[in-house]
Write a protein of this length. Structure first.
Length: 322
């Protein structure tokens, strides 16, 4: 009984300690960073670069833990359900944050469960076609598709994913009839593009770059607000008359709701510091990423606008995830 009474008293005293004081003592042990996709992909690379940069700034090791599943939803949900003590943070991304809510009837987390902190990387995407297709520009592709309705097939990394919906966004804006061919990942979609089984894709620039440089694939436009430094001669969608076709595949950082603001401020400031270093930015840019840190309020508005864009596209595509 005495021990129970003492434990209760200790807990009561801890609860009385101001959040600011608790934040000053943070971090006193390693921090976990959930990456909501499997190891080896772009998100994993971005997460590990960030973790490596954060560790010396925060004075504790930041450990990456991959939690893939349901297109990233499982990992983001794990972040949302973590204890709000600052020792668990996680990446969010276009798919689980801006697209999945329109595809999954019962999402395992809500907006109120997460605090968006900042984008980490916005990965630029390319509308590209097979070198066998007799077109060399977006205007020629649109003209060809209109002259051959239903005969241009586009590959994606899976139904309901960003590469599928980015192509649907392009299809709708261009007013053309093209056919979706889903694959289990980007690699098989690219292989069939090279073989001529599909004629078009919208994929991350880093995925397509080797084949673009070899001449096997022709890049037509960047679906981003700016040109990519990796292919500076390829125009943006705005430059070719399709300004609404923007499909950056972004990755960001979030924390569970309830983390003390002082801790969130430290995580945010440390993350922005890391993203401004060449050690972090250079390898990310080599993957076609744009580094554009935001305040939590700006990132929250950005996510809202992303949902407003992707919601109608998901509905029109009929994509669902159970």
């Amino acid at each position: 009984m005495k021990r129970r009474t003492m434990l209760k008293a200790t807990g009561a005293v801890a609860a009385m300690v101001p959040a600011g004081a608790r934040a000053q003592a943070w971090p006193s042990r390693p921090i976990t960073l959930y990456v909501p996709f499997a190891a080896g992909g772009p998100s994993d690379m971005f997460g590990r670069i960030l973790a490596q940069g954060l560790s010396p700034i925060l004075g504790q090791q930041v450990v990456v833990e991959n939690k893939g599943g349901m297109g990233g939803v499982v990992g983001v949900a794990a972040t949302a359900k973590a204890a709000p003590d600052g020792y668990t943070i996680g990446m969010n991304a276009t798919g689980p944050t801006a697209i999945a809510p329109f595809m999954i009837p019962n999402m395992p987390f809500e907006d109120k469960d997460l605090v968006p902190l900042t984008p980490i990387a916005l990965v630029q995407m390319i509308v590209a076609v097979s070198s066998r297709l007799p077109v060399n520009s977006v205007s020629e592709l649109i003209a060809y598709a209109k002259a051959n309705p239903g005969k241009v097939n586009y590959g994606s990394s899976g139904p309901g994913g960003i590469s599928h919906l980015a192509a649907e966004l392009f299809r709708s804006a261009a007013g053309i009839d093209i056919v979706h061919v889903p694959y289990r990942g980007a690699a098989p979609a690219v292989q069939d593009l090279l073989a001529g089984q599909v004629q078009m894709v919208v994929l991350d620039v880093s995925v397509l770059l080797p084949h673009i440089r070899s001449g096997a694939i022709k890049p037509l436009t960047v679906t981003s607000a700016t040109r990519t430094a990796l292919l500076p001669d390829v125009p943006t969608t705005a430059e070719i008359g399709l300004p609404t076709v923007l499909s950056d595949n972004w990755y960001g950082l979030a924390a569970p709701a309830g983390v003390p603001k002082a801790i969130l401020d430290r995580i945010h400031a440390a993350t922005v510091t890391v993203l401004k270093t060449r050690e972090a930015a250079d390898p990310m840019r080599a993957q076609g990423a744009v580094i554009r840190p935001m305040t939590p309020a700006e990132f929250t508005d950005f996510i809202r606008l992303e949902r407003e864009k992707w919601g109608p596209v998901v509905k029109a595509s009929g994509a669902r995830m159970e």
